[in-house]
Design a protein around this ligand. Structure first.
Ligand SMILES: Nc1nc2c(ncn2[C@@H]2O[C@H](COP(=O)(O)OP(=O)(O)OP(=O)(O)O)[C@@H](O)[C@H]2O)c(=O)[nH]1
Ligand SMILES: [Mg+2]
Ligand SMILES: [Zn+2]
Ligand SMILES: [Zn+2]
Length: 521
């Protein structure tokens, strides 16, 4: 009997074991698909949780910290999300989710091994352990595949967004460029006279002076960009960047306010030293301002610097006072004003008045880049510098007028400057030329000006017939599309009004640029 008992026990164990294996086998069939579903859900859930964590709940520090002193090609701004952080977030989410899933899988496996393969009941429950391990194996493999698919979808979404951004960038730039072209807007630096492709802008953030040299849509932002200080700014003129402080990308000098909102008119004055350019420029600006007021047109200084310099020079127009010789010095700065007649497009007028000395030497003229960009020129011709006129003046007048007399004779100076301008690329044959025969108040009572009509044709006849300037006038007519002569007295009357001759010149200059001024009642 004693021999049978162990045999019975062994038989029972074997039966039990077979029953457990049998149950485990059937359990395996159900457990594997369940584990697969469970693991896929767990892996995907973990990934989504990590994505949310990275993008919303606790975003990591920006991968590309904006440099405060950017190297060439860099900007002091945060990169646009899909150009930097989008990929960093993807990497971070994948890394964190994969780590978490691995930890969960290992923990589960350890628990199964511990409870099914170790301990006192291991001899009985080991088949369930195998079921568990198989389930974890299959589930983890399925979960990993699902994770890979999710990562791929995420990467594709970021990639597509990246491509959409590039398309948006290209489209916005195209529209902005097309609109600027259509409106005939170009931007010229008043200080260095370069055409500026796009201004640099100073960050509008309080206390921030960081300059963004290329704000246009790109990797730093499509519609807006964020400065290193966190302040947002528009990326295009079209989107409102004209409200920011603009600077020249070549020389760093400030550009006029609202740069890029109005087509430009360049008006270079040229002529000999002491010909009367500065005085004429001052009275001309004054005349345009008066004409604008009478026509209810807008007139404003385009930058504080123009207003300051203009106001500084203005006292020279008071009776008995003279303008001082313009210094050759550094690059001459434009006087810039906005003019906006009621029925016309607002224009930005840059008037360039430089020392006559600059037209004597070629190298000095070459520096005046604006000469090549203008379509309208104002030549100031001092009648006192015309040799036949001066020669026939009685000595008493010569003594009185000697200090006002321009040194260089007009013919040589005009021809040389004109050639120089053409060499620099000026299209003079498409341009208008106003010739201001200056200081008319000083010579109007002297022959041949005395009694002569002061309209353009009469003045031209006088220059050709009486003053032997036929060659000069023919050159002017040949080299320019349209030439008009004015006898100007750059003076203010007792009431502070500009002499009618300068007003007429101002009208002609404005009319041809589509800025006609009609007096309102
Ligand atoms: N009476 C009178 N004096 C004038 C007139 N135009 C210029 N002047 C005087 O002529 C002198 C030279 O005039 P500016 O306007 O300074 O001459 P500019 O061409 O600017 O000379 P630079 O700057 O040296 O090239 C000054 O004393 C002026 O006041 C004018 O129409 N009438
Ligand atoms: Mg001058
Ligand atoms: Zn410049
Ligand atoms: Zn800033």
């Amino acid at each position: 009997m004693d021999d049978i008992l162990p045999l019975i026990a062994l038989g029972a164990v074997v039966v039990l074991e077979v029953a457990v294996v049998f149950v485990a086998f059937w359990l395996l069939l159900a457990a594997v698909p369940l584990a697969l579903v469970g693991f896929v859900a767990m892996f995907l859930g973990t990934y989504l949780h990590q994505v949310r964590q990275t993008m919303v709940i606790s975003p990591p520090a920006a991968r590309h910290q904006p440099p405060r002193e950017p190297a060439a090609g860099e900007q002091p701004a945060y990169r646009q999300y899909f150009f930097s952080q989008g990929w960093a977030d993807l990497e971070q989410s994948v890394g964190a989710a994969a780590g978490r899933c691995q930890v969960l899988t290992v923990q589960l496996t350890n628990r199964i091994v511990k409870s099914c393969f170790r301990g006192d009941a291991a001899w009985l429950v080991w088949p369930f352990g195998i079921v568990g391990v198989a389930g974890v194996g299959v589930g983890a493999t399925g979960g990993a595949v699902a994770l890979l698919v999710a990562v791929a979808v995420h990467a594709v979404l970021v990639g597509v967004a990246h491509v959409i951004c590039w398309c948006g960038i290209a489209l916005l730039r195209l529209i902005d460029t097309a609109l600027l072209r259509l409106r005939g807007i170009r931007m010229t630096c008043g200080a260095c006279h370069h055409r500026v492709p796009y201004p640099a802008y100073e960050c509008p953030g309080p206390g921030c002076t960081l300059r963004h040299t290329d704000v246009r849509p790109g990797r730093y932002g499509v519609f807006r960009r964020f400065c290193a200080c966190g302040t947002g700014m528009p990326t295009l003129l079209l989107l409102g960047s004209h409200r920011l402080r603009a600077f020249c990308v070549y020389c760093g000098e400030p550009l006029v306010s609202e740069t890029g909102t109005a087509p430009e008119v360049m008006l270079p004055l040229f002529g000999a030293t002491t010909a009367g350019k500065t005085r004429l420029m001052l009275t001309l600006v004054r005349a345009v301002s008066d004409l604008s007021a009478a026509a209810s047109a807008g007139f404003e200084f385009a930058d504080a610097e123009t207003e300051r310099r203009y106001r500084e020079l203005l006292p020279a127009l008071e009776p008995g006072r003279q303008t001082r010789q313009t210094v050759v010095g550094q690059m001459p700065r434009a006087y810039s004003v906005y003019v906006a007649p009621p029925a016309a497009v607002r224009r930005l007028v840059h008037v360039f008045d430089v020392a006559g000395e600059r037209f004597v030497r070629r190298q000095r003229t070459e520096e005046l880049r604006y000469l090549a960009l203008a379509r309208l020129y104002l030549f100031v011709l001092d009648p006192l510098s015309i040799e036949p006129f001066w020669r026939h003046l009685p000595e008493v007048h010569r003594a009185r007028l000697a200090s006002f007399r321009a040194v260089q004779p007009p013919e040589g100076l005009f021809v040389q400057t004109c050639e120089q301008m053409q060499m620099m690329g000026a299209r003079t044959r498409r341009s208008r030329l106003a010739v201001a025969v200056s200081k008319h108040d000083l010579v109007c009572h002297l022959p041949p000006f005395a009694g002569a009509a002061s309209d353009s044709a009469a003045l031209e006849r006088c220059l050709v017939r009486d003053l032997q300037l036929g060659n000069l006038v023919r050159t002017m007519r040949r080299e320019f599309r349209e030439v008009r002569f004015f006898a100007t007295a750059a003076m203010l009357d007792r009431e502070g009004g500009v002499d009618a001759s300068v007003v007429a010149l101002g009208r002609w200059l404005l009319d041809g640029e589509g800025l006609a001024m009609r007096e309102t009642a």
